[in-house]
Write a protein that binds this ligand. Structure first.
Ligand code: ADP
Ligand code: ADP
Length: 228
């Protein structure tokens, strides 16, 4: 469960990136966050995993009240979240297998458990045969599938994705969406910021539209027309 109450984020330079945002996302929902560049989508998303801290207002993610959270608690919040970025952020010197395993080792999973989970998530994203490849040997779409596998390896309750298809061609983006849908069907909440109107209109879900830091629309099964 994610709940924002009157969340304001003003950056030190005076930019008001979110302006009294309030909303609730229930466990298991699939939510698109749409809107033009500079609308505040990334800021909205970054506050969800405590990458940015609100100027005022309250954010609750599962049992965590983010405005009361100590820095030492942030890693525990992040264990309940899977995060995927537009630019994948895979570690270039590690193989696909090691990239995913590493994410589990840092949270002290036992070696047998790590092995089992890496095998399972690679299968889920259809890339078991690439386990020993390095990121630069993979296409963009494959790298993003690995980044998703890494994000869900710890069975997060919420998957957060900021423009996950932003660097991918349309067909590859569809492959990513099929995986996102499967993850959501397993009960994981998905929050996805996107510009991709084709995706939003093809895979219908709740649409939260942001403009100038405010929610201007919150619509189940909504459509989206990107500005060209
Ligand atoms: P979007 O993801 O919709 O493109 P952002 O959340 O990145 O929007 O940005 C919202 C506004 O906040 C923009 O005007 C942007 O320039 C500004 N902004 C984003 N990050 C920072 C920052 N770290 N410092 C100052 N201003 C920022
Ligand atoms: P994204 O498109 O993923 O939101 P951006 O290009 O908006 O990424 O931002 C890249 C980095 O620069 C982020 O850390 C963001 O917070 C920061 N940033 C964005 N806009 C500004 C700004 N106007 N002033 C300072 N930092 C900014």
């Amino acid at each position: 469960m994610i709940e924002y109450k009157n969340v304001v984020k003003e950056y030190p330079n005076g930019v008001l990136a979110t302006d009294h945002i309030s909303l609730k996302i229930e466990q298991g929902e699939f939510v698109y966050v749409v809107g033009p560049s500079g609308a505040g989508k990334s800021t909205f998303i970054k506050m969800m995993y405590h990458q940015e801290v609100p100027t005022s207002g309250e954010i609750k993610v599962n049992e965590y009240e983010l405005e009361k959270m100590k820095n030492s608690e942030v890693p525990y919040l992040r264990r309940e979240l899977g995060i995927v970025f537009q630019d994948f952020k895979l570690l270039p010197r590690l193989t696909v297998f090691e990239n995913i395993a590493y994410a589990l080792q840092v949270i002290e999973k036992k070696p047998e458990e790590v092995q089992k989970r890496v095998v399972r998530v690679l299968d889920l994203v259809g890339l078991s045969h690439k386990a020993d490849s390095f990121p630069n040997e993979l296409s963009g779409g494959e790298q993003q599938r690995i980044a998703i596998a890494r994000a869900i390896a710890n069975k997060p309750s919420i998957l957060i994705a900021d423009e996950p298809t932003g660097n991918l061609d349309p067909e590859t983006a569809e492959g990513i969406m099929e995986i996102m849908e499967r993850i959501n069907n397993d009960g994981t909440t998905v929050v996805m910021a996107t510009h991709n109107s084709y995706i939003v209109n093809e895979y219908k879900h709740r649409v939260i539209e942001i403009a100038d830091g405010r929610i201007i629309r919150d619509q189940e099964g909504g459509e989206y027309e990107d500005e060209i």
